[in-house]
Design a protein around this ligand. Structure first.
Ligand SMILES: NC(=O)C1=CN([C@@H]2O[C@H](COP(=O)(O)OP(=O)(O)OC[C@H]3O[C@@H](n4cnc5c(N)ncnc54)[C@H](OP(=O)(O)O)[C@@H]3O)[C@@H](O)[C@H]2O)C=CC1
Ligand SMILES: O=C(O)C1=N[C@H](C(=O)O)C[C@H](O)C1
Length: 268
């Protein structure tokens, strides 16, 4: 499968170039960055630390996508929404790892998925997707006597909060309780907030150093706490998941899929 990496000079982009290069059945057909990026014209393999592979970074998405079967995209919300439209025109698979998307952005991605196979997840790792299924089950079992708080920590360069993974955990807990996350979400507590509201799902975000991604879903009940935890140690877990997703997507019907679909976890 001929693949394009969007955000090719970024932390995830460089990891993806390494993983695609090492994956049988996948070849790197293009590397995208934004207009004005310092990486334009550089070899994507050199940027990724694997030596020259003959794929230069460009800022021409249309020209690049028409020569590909799929695009793996960990870039920025503006770029991801634009690429979803172009992937739909080119009828190729679009894997979206970008987080910090607004409801409006997701609406546009939904519209593009009428013509393209789009696989989107706030976290592409096997461990986190399994954890989300467990969070749903535990939330359904414990009910509202146990307060749910989601705590995440990431490296100092991360630009969005709460993380996409934290929101996935929140969605899973809300689904387990049969409520909408938007109705019960408590974010950014500060000052005299009053006591916690029954049924709230709370979020707290920490930033610092080089932390790849830590997430805890805490169920705090009367006299005990249950904590479901995931610690990412290497970005390779996200990149391998994304490559697995794009290969899975080839030949599927157009639609907006999740990593749970790819991993066969949707029914848990
Ligand atoms: N779903 C998952 O499993 C995971 C998701 N992520 C998410 O992926 C995204 C990227 O993360 P990370 O790699 O750490 O971030 P980086 O900032 O290191 O990488 C993003 C890259 O995309 C580039 N970019 C910005 N705009 C465009 C554009 N219009 N076209 C092409 N490239 C563009 C950036 O360029 P510049 O720096 O010059 O702005 C940068 O090189 C984030 O949203 C993050 O939360 C991260 C890890 C796992
Ligand atoms: O920006 C990151 O680094 C990460 N982003 C994703 C998120 O927002 O949850 C996934 C992972 O935690 C790393």
């Amino acid at each position: 499968m001929r693949l394009v990496v969007a955000g090719a000079a970024g932390r995830m982009g460089r990891t993806l170039v390494q993983i695609i290069h090492a994956t049988k059945g996948a070849t790197l057909a293009g590397a995208l960055e934004h207009d004005g990026s310092k990486a334009l014209g550089q070899d994507a393999g050199v940027l990724a630390g694997i030596g020259e592979i003959g794929v230069a970074v460009t800022a021409n998405p249309l020209e690049t996508l028409v020569k590909a079967d799929g695009v793996v995209d960990f870039s920025s919300p503006v770029s991801t929404v634009q690429l979803a439209g172009l992937a739909a025109q080119a009828r190729i698979v679009h894997v979206i790892g970008t987080t910090g998307l607004s409801a409006q952005d997701i609406g546009k991605i939904d519209a593009a998925s009428r013509h393209a196979v789009i696989i989107r997840s706030g976290n592409m790792s096997l461990g986190v997707n399994l954890l989300a299924a467990l969070v749903k089950k535990v939330a359904a079992t414990l009910g509202e006597d146990y307060d749910v708080e989601i705590v995440e920590m990431h490296h100092r360069m991360k630009v969005d909060a709460p993380s996409g993974t934290a929101l996935m955990m929140g969605e899973a807990a809300a689904a387990g309780r049969g409520v909408r996350l938007a109705d019960v979400s408590a974010r950014g507590r500060d000052g005299h907030t009053g006591a916690r509201k029954d049924g709230d799902i709370g979020f707290a975000s920490l930033r610092g150093g080089t932390v790849v991604g830590d997430h805890d879903a805490i169920f705090a009940g009367p006299g005990e706490r249950l904590i479901l935890s995931h610690k990412a140690e290497d970005r390779g877990i996200f990149a391998r998941g994304a490559v697995r997703a794009v290969l899975w997507g080839q030949g599927k019907k157009p639609g907006h899929y999740s990593m749970a679909d790819v991993l066969g976890l949707s029914d848990i």
